[in-house]
Ligand binder design. Structure first.
Ligand SMILES: *Cc1c(COP(=O)(O)O)cnc(C)c1O
Length: 387
């Protein structure tokens, strides 16, 4: 064994000079946080951002990202979690208990439905589905057991845009909390807290990251008491995010508005062009009047995500639509959106929605940052396989 003593490499006396300043936020990585003395250790409260207690509960890097996401959403308090789905889960677990009921839109993000069916059900929390296009119907469903209503705008496959105002009023007038999955709006398309929504979650995986290389989620509120309920469950469940992931988010956030606009512009151009094609029966894009809820989109939004679906004419069997998808070259087959690469997924609506299925096969496009010219050429060559 070497007789080199590593202590000097662990307890080195050098301290870099204070006062380093740069626009970028430092990447602080730690489990242990060092307290100057016992009194400081006993005096710190992990719930607040006035000091540090343990890496899981926050570092300068994660505190800064939380503040910036709160600003993006128009809220005041935020917690970060390792995925968008974890953000939905911590919201449910923080706000619901045995005997409570949660109402989900019938076009809800699929894994949120599975979370309710499997995990919430095991804790004695029930759920029912409401039609997001029927605010009066939602009002009629609320019972004393109803404690939370989830909202999603637009629906992430069929793209219908709900009457958010009507849905929020239906819940609020009965004293029920509302939580919005704001992954589509991303804090850019509309201002959810101004509609009276209580909790806003977002899959930071999508637009805030923009790179397709980070999984993260956030839960933002404007209400300190509500935030503390969520923060407590967040702490009890041991949810935290990695500093390097937070760094990537901090780097991507300043460009979110210009990226959102670029995805939006190309998506609208391609959706309009697909709408002129004889193979396409219907374009489902909230900014187009062929989309259910277009008037609601117009009433609350100033932009749209680069996401839309088309219904192929019913004369094409789904195997032929699959062949179209397989023939695409720039569009890659895969889930998610808001990264540089355009993505495509065919959906079997009959399996997803039972008898509410739309006729024909649906294909969802998530438009990346490639040029509209290149993407249109790719679509055109793939449409040729439909004959
Ligand atoms: C992607 C997505 C999520 C989940 O985000 P992950 O980070 O992939 O877990 C939740 N809601 C919507 C609408 C999404 O698109």
């Amino acid at each position: 064994m070497s007789d080199f003593d590593p202590t000097s490499l662990i307890h080195h006396p050098y301290q870099a000079p204070a006062g380093f300043a740069a626009p970028q936020i430092g990447v602080h990585k730690a489990s242990t946080v060092i307290f100057p003395d016992v009194a400081a250790m006993r005096g710190r409260d992990w719930r607040y951002k006035n000091g540090y207690t343990y890496g899981l509960h926050g570092t300068p890097t994660t505190f800064t990202l939380e503040e910036r996401i709160a600003a993006l959403e128009g809220g005041t308090e935020c917690v970060l979690v390792p995925s968008g789905l974890a953000a939905i889960a911590v919201t449910d677990l923080a706000l619901l208990k045995t005997g409570d009921e949660v109402l989900l839109p019938d076009n809800v993000y699929g894994p949120s439905r599975e979370l309710a069916r499997h995990e919430l059900a095991r804790w004695g929390i029930t759920h029912r589905f409401y039609d997001p296009m029927d605010a009066a119907g939602l009002a009629a469903m609320i019972t004393p057991a109803t404690q939370l209503v989830w909202l999603e705008a637009a629906g992430s496959v069929t793209m219908e845009f709900p009457d958010l105002n009507g849905l929020v009023q239906a819940a609020k007038s009965r004293g029920v909390l509302t939580a919005l999955d704001n992954t589509w709006g991303a804090g850019i398309a509309f201002r959810p807290f101004e509609l009276g929504i209580d909790v806003v979650m977002q899959a930071l995986t999508k637009f805030p990251s923009g790179g397709g290389d980070v999984l993260m989620g956030s839960v933002t509120t404007r209400d300190v008491a509500l935030h503390e309920r969520i923060k407590l469950s967040h702490m009890h469940l041991g949810l935290g995010v990695a500093a390097n992931d937070a760094e990537l988010l901090l780097r991507s956030l300043p460009s979110i508005a210009v990226r959102y606009a670029a995805h939006d512009a190309t998506a609208r151009e391609l959706a309009a062009w697909l709408g002129t094609r004889p193979e396409v029966a219907r374009v489902l894009h909230p900014a187009f009047d062929s989309c259910p809820g277009h008037a609601h989109w117009k009433g609350s939004c100033t932009a749209a995500a680069g996401l839309f679906s088309v219904m192929f004419d019913a004369r094409y069997p789904s195997a032929q639509v699959d062949a179209f998808v397989d023939a695409l070259k720039l569009f890659k087959i895969g889930y998610s959106w808001a990264g540089p690469v355009s993505l495509v997924v065919p959906y079997d609506l009959k399996a997803m929605r039972g008898d509410k299925a739309y006729p024909g096969t649906l294909v969802r496009f998530s438009i990346g940052l490639e040029s509209a010219v290149a993407l249109k050429a790719d679509l055109a060559q793939a449409l040729a396989v439909l004959g």
